[in-house]
Write a protein that binds this ligand. Structure first.
Ligand code: BGC
Length: 282
């Protein structure tokens, strides 16, 4: 073998396994789990297509939704998929570096807990955690209603609470929490969440009056280029879409109920890719 051949072979031998290992690592199925105030839902996700590859599996959120009980249910969801690989998990509160900082609709003992650490300790799974609306914004911006949109996109989820995900030129600004803006002297979430509408038996017309006030407030502060509406209300947009008025273009979330799951899986995949890059920087 010539010196040149030897050098080529050595290079291929060195590089090919690294690339292969990296590809294998990055293409394994990722489980997305969306922890909500009423349900904990999971599915396996093809992160490149931004789509679930299995049926969604849903269990009720335990009451009270303490860390121990929620982690048990997360374990049941992972077991349903016989999943041992990476998991992306949403949480309905502020999450920074895995640590839960707020829990408006979950048990207060979550505050200060590191969600991925609990999952690792109890379930022996590698997890990444992020805010639920942030996860939905990641998914909608990469594959859904906000795909390819430049400027500021504000995604608002109207469900048990009101979540917000802001994306600037495709990049998430995490933990914005504008569902808790003050509207008429009170927390906006308590006036415009879908859960509040249902609990009070409000018509869509009544709800839309409060929602329009809220959207006007959001627009006066942030001037978004696009507003995407998701969460529970996205199931039946014909009921409310004609009643809402915004300056910015308004779109309904395209990934519906699956946005959180898909976004969570994508966040886990991105974290995994970062780790792989750090492990073999060439
Ligand atoms: C929480 C947010 C969450 C939203 C939707 C709010 O009460 O503060 O973090 O995104 O509910 O679940």
């Amino acid at each position: 073998m010539s010196e040149a051949d030897r050098r080529t072979t050595t290079r291929r031998d060195d590089v090919a396994p690294t690339i292969l290992a990296r590809r294998t690592l990055l293409t394994v199925a990722i489980l997305g789990i969306d922890v909500g105030g009423s349900g904990i839902k999971g599915a396996l996700v093809d992160v490149r297509r931004g789509a679930t590859t299995t049926e969604r599996f849903r269990l009720k959120t335990p009451k009270p939704a303490t860390p121990e009980r929620v982690i048990d249910v997360i374990g049941e969801v992972a077991a349903h998929f016989a999943h041992k690989g990476p998991v992306g998990i949403t949480f309905p509160g502020v999450v920074r570096d895995g640590v839960v900082e707020t829990a408006a609709n979950m048990h207060k003992s979550w505050i200060g807990k590191n969600l991925p650490d609990l999952v690792k300790d109890k379930l022996a799974l590698d997890a990444v955690a992020l805010n639920d609306a942030d996860a939905a914004a990641i998914a909608e911006s990469a594959h859904g209603a906000a795909k390819g949109v430049a400027g500021l996109v504000v995604l608002l989820t109207f469900g048990t609470g009101v979540g917000s995900g802001m994306v600037v030129d495709g990049r998430l600004v995490p933990n914005t929490e504008i569902g808790h803006l003050e509207l008429n002297g009170k927390d906006a979430e308590r006036q415009v969440a879908e859960g509040v509408r249902e609990a009070n038996g409000w018509s869509w017309k009544k709800w839309s009056k409060a929602a329009n006030d809220y959207l006007a407030l959001v627009e006066s502060l942030f001037w978004p280029d696009l507003i995407v509406i998701g969460g529970g209300v996205a199931k039946n947009p014909n009921d409310w879409l004609p009643l809402l008025k915004t300056r910015a273009e308004l779109r309904v979330a395209a990934l519906g109920n699956e946005a959180g799951i898909v976004g969570a899986a994508k966040a886990a995949q991105r974290a995994q890719a970062r780790t792989a890059r750090t492990a073999s920087p060439t």
